[in-house]
Design a protein around this ligand. Structure first.
Ligand SMILES: Cc1ncc(COP(=O)(O)O)c(C=O)c1O
Length: 436
């Protein structure tokens, strides 16, 4: 019997969701997509997502960050089409696209003297940490509570941890090798004291400190003045490799990443997401003497390979995206819309006397339901989780898609308009009134 006959009375959407669950665990292909409302997306265009049931959503989730120009941007699509006419995956040598794109990263990002391309942020951070271990001959890594760097064992831990797990390892996956997990030391963001203590407790053992310079995986926690500078100083002093994971901040806040804004230059940096407006490509770049240790260069000892590395589609999409990001008016527009939504939200929350903290930077914004300021993850334990999720569920019902999940950020793209922002603010105010 075919799958379809069993569900003859169900709607087309329910049927598809049922089929998806039968052939894929949970019916989705990434853990954080398994949530209500369940969607079957038929179109993502500009600032909107379209569900198979005919509903349109103004999209602030933005697939966790990539489509900075808006979904299916015509320039990106055109560039990919042009490339595909003549080039699929050569798999030997180098393409003109890879050379051109690498030069762009070297030109724009302060820390990048040399760069290698891979396909996902997880790959980039994996290679960064293995390089750091090889270069220093040390085994341990420092990461911060609340930061996410991908799915591999060295760093897949201590992101959104329950209170009782704070101060110890909190792996996000079963099956992580305990021996690997034990080689990661967890520190508090914005606390140089916690980093100094970790280095003192593990003398000569720390290979790298990896961080999101703005921990966006818990919304938006801004680094306090002196924190990133302090990390730079401490890592130099102790011969530790400093890795800025700019998979979210890179290209979203500035073409040169947050490192360009804050003026602190790490040894290595990782990029992905907004780099190619939603097409899979990621990058690891940094000091030439470190990058030259990869065995893409004769004599290099750190393995670096990938069937799809530097794929023409990803390179073409990244070049088309960067071309638009290079126009000064692009970031001006994104920051202006970000300021407009944050100011509007602060006004709404103040008028309705809601205990809240509206924050963000550039095109990223969110409202925590707690009393700010927020210094690190510990402060976010005060967020009213139920209210945070309920508020977002009600917005989704009104056609404004903000991920209904604790501590998630929202993204504005070039395709969002001032009218979209104003409609969003109206929906937020209506929702706050309903909930008050
Ligand atoms: C800061 C950061 N680093 C790394 C990653 C992993 O990237 P990917 O999901 O492309 O493997 C993510 C993903 O959300 C991220 O936010």
């Amino acid at each position: 019997m075919g799958i379809t006959t069993e569900y003859a009375l169900a709607s087309e959407k329910e049927l598809l969701l049922q089929q998806a669950s039968e052939v894929t665990p949970g019916g989705v292909h990434s853990a954080l997509r398994n949530l209500e409302p369940r969607l079957v997306i038929t179109k993502a265009k500009g600032a909107y997502l379209y569900d198979i049931d005919g509903k349109a959503y103004l999209d602030y989730q933005a697939a966790f960050g990539p489509p900075i120009l808006g979904h299916a941007h015509p320039n990106v699509t055109r560039r990919i089409q042009e490339v595909l006419e003549n080039l699929s995956l050569p798999g030997v040598g180098i393409t003109l696209l890879e050379i051109e794109l690498a030069k762009k990263l070297v030109q724009h990002v302060p820390s990048v003297e040399k760069v290698l391309f891979c396909n996902s942020g997880s790959e980039a951070t994996y290679h960064a940490l293995r390089l750091a271990r090889a270069a220093t001959g040390r085994k341990k890594i420092i990461k911060f509570q609340g930061c996410y760097h991908g799915f591999h064992d060295s760093i897949a831990m201590n992101v959104i941890s329950p209170k009782e797990k704070l101060g110890r390892h909190d792996p996000i996956s079963a099956g992580a090798l305990p021996e690997v997990v034990q080689h990661t030391v967890i520190c508090d963001f914005n606390s140089l004291e916690s980093v100094e203590a970790a280095i003192r407790d593990n003398p000569g053992e720390i290979a790298a400190i990896i961080l999101e310079c703005i921990p966006h995986n818990i919304g938006c926690v801004l680094p306090e003045p002196g924190f990133l500078e302090g990390l730079r100083q401490i890592t130099r002093q102790h011969g530790i490799i400093l890795v800025f994971d700019e998979v979210i901040t890179g290209f979203r806040h500035d073409l040169g990443g947050y490192q360009k804004i804050c003026g602190v230059t790490p040894d290595l940096s990782t990029f992905g997401k907004a780099m190619a407006n939603g097409v899979p490509i990621a990058a690891l770049g940094g000091r030439a003497d470190l990058m030259d240790q990869f065995n893409t260069r004769s004599g290099g000892t750190v393995f670096f390979a990938g069937t799809y590395n530097g794929h023409p589609i990803g390179c073409a999409a990244a070049l088309a995206t960067i071309e638009i990001l290079e126009k000064p008016e692009t970031y001006e527009y994104l920051y202006r819309l970000g300021d407009r939504v944050r100011a509007g939200l602060r006004d709404i929350m103040a008028r309705h006397k809601v205990k809240s903290y509206v924050t963000g930077i550039g095109s990223v914004f969110l409202t925590y339901f707690l009393e700010g300021p927020v210094r690190n993850y510990n402060d976010l334990l005060n967020n009213d989780v139920q209210r945070f999720i309920e508020y977002r569920k009600r917005l989704v019902a009104k056609g404004i898609f903000k991920l209904p999940m604790n501590l998630k950020r929202n993204h504005i793209s070039l395709a969002h308009t001032e009218a979209d922002i104003d409609r969003t603010l109206q929906a937020c105010e209506d929702t706050i009134k309903e909930m008050n």
